[in-house]
Design a protein around this ligand. Structure first.
Ligand SMILES: NC(=O)c1ccc[n+]([C@@H]2O[C@H](COP(=O)([O-])OP(=O)(O)OC[C@H]3O[C@@H](n4cnc5c(N)ncnc54)[C@H](O)[C@@H]3O)[C@@H](O)[C@H]2O)c1
Length: 193
């Protein structure tokens, strides 16, 4: 009996790095995995690697800045696997290292749209599904830059601080309804990723 047998997990930002590793780990532990990412090829490759290892996976192309994409990914997860138990809202981008006054409005808006609003929108619809089912678990990816400042990284840090505030409050909203919501910040990274 594996730890996540019978569970269904959705991971955003799963074509590489932390997301792909987490998707494969969930599958190794018995979960059916839905990977959602804007980079379609890498996303399909993550699903292929999981299936090649004997796991169950579904790849859905999803831009977390688009609410309709997130809804479609969740609908596809329920259609294929019948439920959603776990969500890992991990998709994120870095910023170009520069002093705050040089950050362009577009750079700011894009970082906020992906790293913060993307987590909010995903969590909103995941919670709806989990409320219907009577519970679940959500993990949102913050960063070391979510707990302290980093020179040259003000916009990125602002989004990751925001993820922590969003997570702490949402955790209180749903604690008594069986939905656990938490966040992680990367251990030991000297650069503010
Ligand atoms: N690697 C680190 O040391 C580190 C440290 C702290 C926090 N983080 C955070 O961890 C998360 C994963 O980072 P990583 O290092 O694995 O980076 P990565 O670049 O390998 O992964 C990021 C993933 O997000 C996807 N993505 C980007 N924009 C998207 C969008 N609009 N919609 C859907 N998917 C999108 C990318 O395609 C990619 O698959 C990010 O949120 C990052 O900020 C990473």
């Amino acid at each position: 009996m594996s730890r996540f047998d019978g569970k269904v997990a959705l991971i955003t930002g799963a074509t590489s790095g932390i997301g792909r590793a987490t998707a494969r780990a969930f599958a190794r532990e018995g979960a059916s995995v839905v990977v959602a990412d804007v980079a379609a090829d890498g996303n399909c490759e993550t699903a292929r690697l999981i299936e090649q290892a004997g796991g169950q996976a579904l790849a859905v192309t999803c831009d977390v800045t688009r609410a309709e994409d997130i809804r479609a990914a969740l609908d596809a997860a329920v259609e294929r696997f019948g439920r959603l138990d776990i969500a890992f809202n991990n998709a994120g981008i870095e910023q170009a290292i520069k002093p705050t006054h040089e950050i362009t409005d577009d750079e700011w808006d894009r970082l906020v749209a992906i790293n913060l609003r993307g987590v909010f929108i995903a969590m909103k619809y995941e919670v709806e599904l989990m409320l219907d089912r009577g519970g679940g678990a959500i993990v949102n990816t913050s960063s070391g830059a979510g707990v302290k400042g980093f020179a040259g990284n003000a916009a990125y840090a602002a989004t990751k601080h925001g993820v922590i505030g969003l997570t702490k409050s949402a955790a209180l909203d749903y604690a008594d309804q069986g939905i656990r919501i938490s966040t992680r910040s990367a251990p030991g990274s000297s650069t503010p990723r």
